[in-house]
Design a protein around this ligand. Structure first.
Ligand code: ZN
Length: 174
């Protein structure tokens, strides 16, 4: 009988222990992977500023690590030949925005009405330059990507206004 109690105790507590382990590991983060369609645990990408300077171009470094903004209409965003693609973070490679959610906002920056998942971006209040905006950061490497505004099209009404240099296109074959 005692064995049965121990067995039941283990069965009941194990899922909680498993969850606690995941939450306790600050180096791991859950992100959505468009290729597999699954939420996966990946290591956070934490580099020194010197290392980021080696990984990124000077322009990417300024925008992604120093919260800069590229000139409007200064860059053209890569468009997938197949009509299907995912824009990934230049800093760490996670999926950020699907080509299908891109729309022409007329602002001169690539605009999307939603990220591939709420898990993959981090939103932060930004009160710089006497404005009240919401900053969009990469959830995995903390790179500044742009800002999100409430004047986007349906279905979300959001406009994720993103710097071109922070994105790399991954073509998805039909
Ligand atoms: Zn990133």
């Amino acid at each position: 009988m005692r064995h049965v109690y121990i067995f039941i105790f283990t069965l009941v507590t194990y899922p909680f222990i498993g969850q606690a382990d995941m939450a306790d590991n600050p180096n791991q983060i859950e992100i959505y992977n468009s290729s597999t369609g699954k939420v996966e645990s990946v290591d956070r990408v934490i580099e020194s500023e010197a290392e980021w300077r080696k990984i990124l171009t000077p322009e990417q470094y300024h925008i992604m690590r120093e919260k800069g903004t590229e000139r409007a209409f200064g860059k053209s965003c890569a468009i997938p030949r197949s009509g299907k693609g995912i824009y990934q973070c230049v800093g760490c490679g996670i999926d950020l925005f699907a080509y299908g959610t891109k729309f022409e906002s007329g602002t001169g920056w690539p605009s999307f009405f939603e990220p591939v998942s709420e898990l993959n971006v981090k939103l932060k209040e930004d009160r710089s330059f006497f404005m009240h905006r919401t900053e969009v950061l990469c959830a995995r490497c903390g790179a500044h990507l742009g800002h999100v505004f409430d004047d986007g099209p349906l279905p979300t009404g959001k406009r994720y206004c993103i710097n071109t240099v922070a994105l790399k296109l991954k073509e998805v074959e039909k």
